[in-house]
Every structure is written in C-alpha cells, then in structure tokens.
Design a protein around this ligand. Structure first.
Ligand code: BEZ
Ligand code: FE
Length: 300
C-alpha cells in the first residue's frame, strides 16, 4: 500500500488505507478478470495520487469542473479527452506499450484526431495536397518486412496540416486536401507530392488549452507528416515523420517525437528539376522515409 508523502498520524493513515481496501474489494465479485484488474489498479493509483498531493476538496471540485468542461466541448468533431490524454503523455505511453520494439521495425507515434476514413486514392508519384497551401514536398521510400523483403501492395495513408496550421476537416467548407492513400509497387516503393510540414497548435480554445496555459506549456506541435501503413500479416503502423532542425522537436505538446522519426527534408532551390522530371515554380523539398513493418503477431 502506498503511503502519503506528507506526514500523517498512524490513525489517519489507517483510515485512508482502510477506505482503499474497501473500494478495491467492492470489485472482488467482478466476473471479468481483466476489468477487475484494471479497476482495482485504477483505485490503487487514484487514491495514491489523492493522498500523495493531499488533494483539497476545492481542488477536487476544480478537477470535476475541468472534466465537465471537457465533456461539454466534446462532439463528433472535437474530442477534448483525446487531447487531454495526448498532452498528459498517456496516449504515447499506451502506444509504446502496445507497439513493442521489434528489431528494426519503424517506431509508432501518436494518432491524433485528424485522420479521416475514406481518403482519396492517389497513384504513385501523384499529388496528395489537392491544393492545400504549402511548399511542395516530394516524399518517397520503401515498405519492407523485418527480414528486409519489400512488401508490394502495402496501403500507405498520409495526412497533414496546411501551411496555415489547419487540417482540411478544420475548415467548414467540406474540402478534402492534404490527405490520400496509395499502394506500394512490386519493389515496396511509394512516392507522392505533399507539402513541407510546418508547426501548428493543437486546439487550445478549451479546458486542455487552459491547463497548458496555467502550467506554462505551449500548445505547439513539432512539424510532421502522418503515415498509417497496412499490409497483410504485418502490424499496422501509425506514425509520423518530423523535420530535422525544427526547434519544436524537444517541446512537442503531445510528446510524439522520436529520434528515429526525425528526417531530412532537403529544400531545393527554385528551378531544380523534380524527381519526376519537371521544373516547378519556387522552392520544393524532398524527404525519404523507409518503413519496416513488424509481423502481425507482435504485440500491438
Ligand atoms: C496531430 O498530430 O494531428 C495531433 C495529435 C495530437 C493532438 C492534436 C493533434
Ligand atoms: Fe498532426
């Protein structure tokens, strides 16, 4: 049993511990063993937290108000509880546990709230930006299994914010932009035009934003491009790649950055011929991201 960090009398500690034991044993009759384990552990850690900080009744009430506000702002487009989980690192911890390290398998990171089912299909070498504002960026790479064998027909979903920091679904006009999917060729290769990622803020006009402000934290996310990769007999990979040199890499508001996912986005001077043999207006960038999928039977 955990003990409070501040000194309390033995009688007081006994009272507090007796309550924990009573609450935990209220789950003894739960017929689902996993649910029982989760609930009893939740009670143990929740009470340990309350005791450790010697939570005041006023603070508890503020906490309830916070959760109530999170519920009120949540709807089918806005999910404040995911933002809360993300900003407390709980999403990344759950991802780490459920995507165990396996050889050279590419690391996973946070999913975020802006994935949409049913994105358009774009052929290899096509443009996923659909007019989204931003510097053109050529992305290419391969998908392989853990033995280094190329995976043909792997489905690659990509999505990203525009240079103003917004995903298409954050606009009210129903646009579909900067998201698409494609399938790898016989050599496991993929390639597309997107836009060079730029930093943006997570939605901060709700209780999570207030929490970040009150604690002196920033709502900024490091610049990134989302990927979800699916192939038969492989573990689905949800990840993103980050831009080397981005000053936000060490302070990402949702703790999503991993060194292995930081890539060189090489800016090309205007007039440089593109990989698909064209000359386009202005600068463009290119990035390579080679992906390794773990087998499906590995946890996650
Ligand atoms: C995102 O990367 O899209 C995202 C992740 C967590 C919270 C908000 C946005
Ligand atoms: Fe994102």
């Amino acid at each position: 049993m955990s003990t409070p960090t501040r000194d309390v009398s033995p009688e007081q500690a006994a009272r507090e511990e007796e309550l924990i034991a009573r609450v935990q044993s209220s789950f003894d009759t739960c017929e689902d063993p996993r649910l029982k384990e989760v609930m009893q552990s939740l009670v143990k850690h929740l009470h340990a937290f309350v005791r450790e900080v010697r939570l005041t009744e006023e603070e508890w009430s503020k906490g309830i108000d916070f959760l109530t506000a999170a519920g009120h702002i949540t709807d089918d487009k806005r999910q404040e509880f995911i933002l809360l989980s993300d900003t407390l690192g709980a999403s990344m911890q759950t991802i780490a546990i459920n995507n165990e390290a396996y050889g050279d398998a590419t690391e996973a990171t946070v999913f975020g709230p802006f994935f949409v089912e049913g994105s358009p299909r774009v052929e290899l070498g096509g443009d996923v930006s659909f007019g989204a504002a931003g510097e053109p960026c050529w992305a290419e790479g391969t998908v392989r299994n853990i033995d280094g064998k190329p995976i043909a027909g792997a489905k690659i979903e990509v999505w990203e914010a525009d240079e103003d920091g917004f995903y298409d679904v954050q606009y009210d006009d129903g646009r579909v932009a900067a998201r698409a999917h494609q399938f790898t060729d016989a050599d496991g290769g993929y390639r597309f035009w997107g836009i060079t990622p730029t930093p943006y803020t997570i939605p901060f006009d709700g209780p999570v934003g207030k929490m970040l402000e009150a604690t002196g934290r920033s709502p900024m996310r490091a610049s990134h491009l989302h990927f979800m990769v699916d192939a038969p007999d492989c573990r689905t990979l949800v990840t993103h790649i980050f831009v080397r040199g981005d000053e936000l890499l060490d302070s990402d508001s949702v703790f999503g950055v991993k060194e292995s996912l930081v890539k060189d986005f090489e800016r090309q001077p205007a007039g440089t011929p593109t990989p698909d043999g064209r000359v386009i207006d202005g600068t463009w960038a290119k990035v390579r991201f080679d992906i390794v999928l773990a087998p499906a039977d590995v946890r996650g």
